[in-house]
Design a protein around this ligand. Structure first.
Ligand SMILES: O=C(O)C1=C[C@@H](OP(=O)(O)O)[C@@H](O)[C@H](O)C1
Ligand SMILES: C=C(OP(=O)(O)O)C(=O)O
Length: 428
């Protein structure tokens, strides 16, 4: 974990007006690395995200014997090789590593041990561990079936049909699907339980599997089949990270400015329509043009009522906007974000209340009533998106002191520098 770095959020002196070039999507980079490792030939990952989560993912695959070269910022290379063990994998605090790599480790030729940051040990793993056991993988785990755990790879995984409750995280399903083309019988995953969150991330998984040559059937709700088969090596063009862009877009809304995310593709595997819907509801304008994805604000924010189950990871930034709006907001459908980097519902309720906002915590969301805010310490709980939320509030409220901004290195190490230069570039 990076050493904590306290940071005072800069106040905007007027409307921000900036073009920002952000690194690639965390979720796409993680999938491209895993699919590259499982492929029949070499792959390239173009414009990847270089951040703690993706460097640890590269390290995890290297530990399993895969050749991963990350020397070139613009182009990482993945050279598949037989998965070797014994190995030790540090997952950090990355859900993508703890859910995507154990199924791959089942294909290794011996024990692979997984552990991570202290909070990683509390994140839900049980449904994945039990599903992998049902598919023929031997796993030693703690009583709660969480980290630390050891996957005893046997060089092959039988696969077949499995039932899972994936209401705690879509990544539990994505992890099984990503590796399944290499299982003897592939996999059919049936979800049973409360709804699976983050549907766009599941679609990203099936899109990328198909792009790698897998036969995938996701026509029946809550059932996914991946046929056994060969995955091809290929070049992956990674889109700019939309969730990482969210705080910058929020800055346009808060200050009545304009932020353009450059390099935005014509068609995307990230939930841009959902983000457009939400930012528009807050009072912003979202346009895709030749120069990128542009968000413009008026400086006046309306409260929003929304089901955020598809985009739970955006909740912290949207809650920050809600605290600065003219009218109350309500968000629901995100019980699962209590098991993200921290309990985000409890953390947002506590920190926004400390600034003066009226916040009611529901089991699956938040109700936020705007009130005059006063700057004070804002704890970030090792959570990059809590830091983003604090920075957004700090644009309008002097004296918001983040307990730590170094946690943003999980997905965007450049965050403090990019944020400060966006604010400094504003009017004198
Ligand atoms: O598959 C992925 O890349 C992700 C899926 C989502 O997880 P949950 O379904 O656990 O929210 C998302 O929040 C996370 O940041 C990334
Ligand atoms: C939930 C998140 O991350 P993870 O991939 O660790 O689950 C996130 O980035 O908001």
């Amino acid at each position: 974990m990076p050493n904590p770095l306290p940071w005072t959020a800069p106040v905007a002196r007027g409307p921000v007006a900036t073009s920002v070039r952000l690194p690639g999507s965390k979720s796409m980079t993680a999938r491209a690395l895993v699919l590259g490792a499982l492929g029949a030939g070499p792959s390239t990952v173009n414009r990847p995200l270089r951040a703690r989560d993706t460097e640890l993912m590269a390290g995890a695959l290297r530990a399993l014997g895969v050749g991963v070269s990350t020397a070139d910022d613009e182009r990482w290379l993945v050279r598949p090789a037989p998965f070797t063990a014994p190995a030790t994998v540090d997952v950090g605090l990355a859900g993508t590593i703890m859910r995507f790599v154990p199924p791959v480790a089942g294909l290794a030729d011996g024990p692979v041990t997984f552990d991570g940051d202290p909070h990683a040990r509390t994140r839900p793993m049980g449904p994945l561990v039990r599903a992998l056991r049902d598919l023929g993988v031997r796993i030693d785990a703690s009583a709660a079936d969480g980290l630390p755990l050891t996957v005893h790879g046997a060089g092959r995984v039988g696969g077949g049909e499995v039932v899972i409750d994936a209401s705690a995280s879509s990544q539990l399903v994505s992890g099984l699907l990503l590796a399944a083309a290499r299982f003897d019988r592939g996999v059919t995953v049936r979800h049973q339980g409360p709804p699976v969150p983050s549907a766009p991330h599941l679609r990203m998984t099936t899109h990328m599997l198909r792009a790698a040559g897998a036969a995938v059937d996701d026509a029946t709700p809550d059932v996914w089949t991946v046929e056994p088969g060969r995955l091809s090596g290929r070049g992956w063009d990674i889109e700019p990270d939309l969730s990482g862009a969210a705080p910058f877009f929020a800055a346009a809304l808060v200050t009545g400015g304009t932020v353009t995310l450059t390099g935005w593709p014509r068609s995307s595997w990230q939930p841009v329509e959902k983000l457009r819907e939400l930012l528009t509801a807050f009072g912003g304008t979202v346009a895709v043009g030749a120069d990128g994805l542009t968000v413009t604000g008026t400086g006046e924010l309306r409260g929003v009522e929304a089901d955020l189950s598809e985009v739970g990871e955006l909740t912290p930034v949207l809650a920050a906007l809600a605290a600065l709006a003219r009218t109350p907001s309500r968000f629901w459908g995100v019980a699962h974000i209590r098991a993200h980097e921290t309990d985000r519902i409890a953390a947002l309720a506590k920190e926004l209340s400390a600034l003066g906002a009226g916040v009611t915590e529901d089991h699956d969301g938040l109700r936020i009533t705007p009130r005059p805010l006063t700057g004070t310490t804002f704890a970030t709980y090792d959570d990059h998106r809590m830091a983003h939320a604090a920075a957004v509030v700090g644009l309008a409220v002097p004296g918001v002191e983040l307990s730590d901004v170094a946690c943003t290195s999980k997905t965007l190490p450049e965050f403090p520098a990019l944020w400060s230069s966006m604010v400094a570039d504003g009017p004198e």
